[in-house]
Design a protein around this ligand. Structure first.
Ligand SMILES: [Zn+2]
Ligand SMILES: [Zn+2]
Length: 151
């Protein structure tokens, strides 16, 4: 894919840019991704390690196994990257990109740990976030989330 993509953690302490993004957008249901993200699925896309540039601060790194490292923001906890040690590519959390919609999904990994919740997604009532008790205006006023752009 052309150009670069930017992203960062929820609080904005850590920001990055990636280029030469591979066409390998994928979901991972594996148990390691579940625990690392605090969610039931992660979405990843990869780029060469040398094409990942931290533009604001560095993340913390957790060795999730003897062969892999995961990085995250020390202040807000957002999961940012996954890397097999020694491999030339690093995986970036698609959710942490400013424009996650830009990355197409190509395959699904870790299906042995996929939970039944995903079969239920289209069978339960669905609501937009602004149907919550808090109004969109209040949510913006009280949010500590960094906006989806670079500065
Ligand atoms: Zn953060
Ligand atoms: Zn995984």
């Amino acid at each position: 894919m052309e150009g670069y993509h930017a992203g960062g953690c929820q609080c904005g302490r850590v920001r990055y840019r990636i280029s030469n993004m591979m066409d390998n957008g994928h979901a991972c249901h594996c148990r390691m991704c579940q625990k690392a993200s605090g969610s039931l699925v992660m979405f990843w896309v990869s780029c060469p390690v040398s094409n990942l540039t931290w533009t604001r601060n560095m993340p913390e790194v957790f060795s999730s196994s003897d062969i892999a490292e995961r990085s995250f923001c020390r202040d807000c906890g957002t999961t940012l990257t996954f890397r097999r040690i020694g491999r030339p590519h690093v995986s970036i959390s698609i959710a942490s990109l400013d424009k996650p919609q830009d990355v197409p999904l190509k395959f699904v990994w870790g299906v042995e740990a996929r939970t039944d919740h995903f079969d239920m997604l289209d069978t339960v009532p669905s609501h937009k976030s602004d149907m919550d008790f808090i109004t969109t205006e209040q949510a913006v006023l009280t949010s500590h989330q960094h906006p989806d752009h670079e500065t």
